[in-house]
Design a protein around this ligand. Structure first.
Ligand code: AHR
Length: 499
């Protein structure tokens, strides 16, 4: 297979948005308890946070973390998680049929966020609660002092306000599984009211309205339109969520999952802009793709406990990822990057243990899943601006998307460093692809080329063999007068850095 990618540093889509490399910590399974927080673990710091996990979070390069849910937030009382830990109530978590001890709450999360060097994205409960609880939480986190909740925060040992900028107005409010599910117009009105009340405190907040839970929802499209008809002027973002998995033996369609993500983003942008046109608004609604990943949702591991069983931090959604999953994650990052003009925030769901790049054992090690690597490399090397370029060349046939390019790619250009990076996937299941990268007006030298690949797309990383799938130097790059030519193995993800 062959493809050509023609790059011109003057043809730019948008700046690389740091918030594109966000993640997600939900009170779900072992994401919080024995994930980020495990007092008594040999690496735990004085606050009970696992420093081995913190080191991997930094290496991953996550820039933001959405918290505390997810479905969890829709019946969460944030006040349960503040003050002396021994006085906090245990509660039933109805989303995941678990017992929430509330040992970790907003203050612990914010302390952890400071240590991890990430920006928090806070979600408010619009399932069982509404405007008032959202305002109380905002006062607790963001007001300097002199009022009830601000003084409570200070009494809890945090003198300065946290100044949280970005807030999600509920979670997946269209989903039948959601506690407090609402119709689009009900939710849109509540989101608009909550947003305008929060803006009375701080007009500069960045507020996210819930879009559909995924593009296959029966109300997809109508939901976005109706919510934005109610809340367009009050919110800045609409959220998108998407999870992908291989169906049966259809590896080819799975590898092309970014085609679905591209169409989904384009559709929601079109709907948002149509609402904007109807409203004669000059404002543009941005996309917060605040849940995306590979998730084998039908696996037994995703079924919550039931009946009398309300465990604390059970093993839930602990998907093990293989090489193909890593290539798909790399492809999804390419899709997000090429939409940087409208997708200005995104969160891979989730960060630790729950459909996560980082895994832990209670009392034991923390390790990297296969999907860790494309995320970490893209977060590290996507700098400057995203270039407007798509590869042209050979195609592959897929049952789900028809004929698609065998190679997908996106490129970034860092004017200051006068260097660029190309992120590439070869979606062919059996053939190599030779890709020529030409850069208009530049003579280019290779700085680094690394590839995630292997003879078996289904090989995974495990606790005992955590490095089976990882980036390795790719020396099959040649330079000519017109550019660089790199050979990509079948089912692979590559970065090619040049200057
Ligand atoms: O990320 C896991 C779950 O997926 C989240 O709680 C929910 O928002 C989505 O359905």
């Amino acid at each position: 297979k062959r493809a050509t990618l023609q790059l011109d540093p003057r043809r730019q889509v948008a700046p690389v948005r740091p918030r594109l490399f966000g993640s997600f910590v939900e009170h779900l399974g072992r994401c919080v308890y024995t994930g980020i927080y495990e007092p008594g673990h040999p690496t735990a710091d004085g606050d009970g946070f696992r420093t081995d996990v913190l080191a991997l979070v930094r290496e991953l390069g996550a820039t933001t973390v959405r918290y505390p849910g997810g479905n969890f937030v829709s019946s969460y009382r944030w006040e349960d998680g503040i003050g002396p830990v021994e006085q906090r109530p245990a509660r039933l978590d109805l989303a995941w049929h678990s017992l929430e001890t509330n040992a970790v709450g907003v203050d612990e999360f914010m302390r952890w966020a400071g240590k991890a060097g990430i920006e928090p994205i806070m979600a408010v409960n619009l399932g069982t609660r509404g405007v008032e609880a959202a305002l109380d939480l905002l006062e607790y986190t963001n007001h300097r002092g002199g009022s009830h909740y601000a003084e409570l925060r200070r009494a809890n040992g945090v003198d300065k306000p946290y100044g949280i900028r970005m807030w999600c107005l509920g979670n997946e409010m269209d989903g039948p599984w959601q506690v407090g599910r609402r119709s689009a117009s009900e939710y849109g009105r509540l989101a608009g009211q909550t947003a305008s009340a929060m803006r009375r405190f701080d007009p500069g907040l960045e507020l996210v309205a819930c879009g559909s839970s995924h593009s296959g929802m029966p109300t997809f499209g109508d939901w976005e339109r109706d919510v934005l008809m109610e809340a367009y002027d009050q919110v800045d973002y609409i959220s998108l969520h998407a999870y992908y998995h291989q169906a049966g033996d259809d590896l080819a369609s799975f590898l092309a999952s970014a085609e679905d993500m591209d169409r989904y983003i384009d559709s929601v942008v079109a709907i948002a802009d149509a609402v904007g046109a109807v409203k004669r608004s000059r404002k543009k609604i941005m996309i917060s793709f605040d849940e995306w990943n590979v998730w084998y949702q039908r696996a037994a591991a995703s079924v919550p406990p039931s009946g009398e069983d309300w465990p604390v931090a059970p093993r839930l959604l602990e998907d093990r990822y293989n090489l193909a999953d890593a290539v798909v994650v790399g492809g999804l990052l390419i899709s997000l990057l090429r939409h940087s003009d409208r997708v200005t925030a995104a969160c891979q769901a989730q960060l630790v243990n729950v459909i996560a790049p980082i895994m832990t054992e209670p009392g034991g090690p923390a390790w990297r899943q296969t999907i860790f690597h494309p995320f970490a490399q893209t977060a590290r090397h996507a700098k400057g601006v995203v270039l407007d370029a798509r590869p042209a060349g050979s195609t592959v046939d897929t049952a789900r998307f028809g004929e698609v390019g065998a190679v997908d790619a996106v490129a970034t250009w860092d004017e200051q460093a006068r260097g660029g990076t190309v992120f590439l996937v070869n979606r062919d299941t059996s053939e190599e692809a030779e890709v020529t990268v030409e850069v208009t007006g530049e003579t280019v030298e290779v700085v680094e080329c690394a590839t995630v690949s292997g003879p078996d797309p289904y090989v995974d990383n495990t606790l005992d063999a955590p490095d089976r799938v990882r980036p390795l130097p790719n020396d099959r790059v040649t330079r000519s007068d017109t550019g660089l030519t790199v050979t990509l193995p079948p089912v692979s993800w590559t970065i090619l850095r040049w200057a």
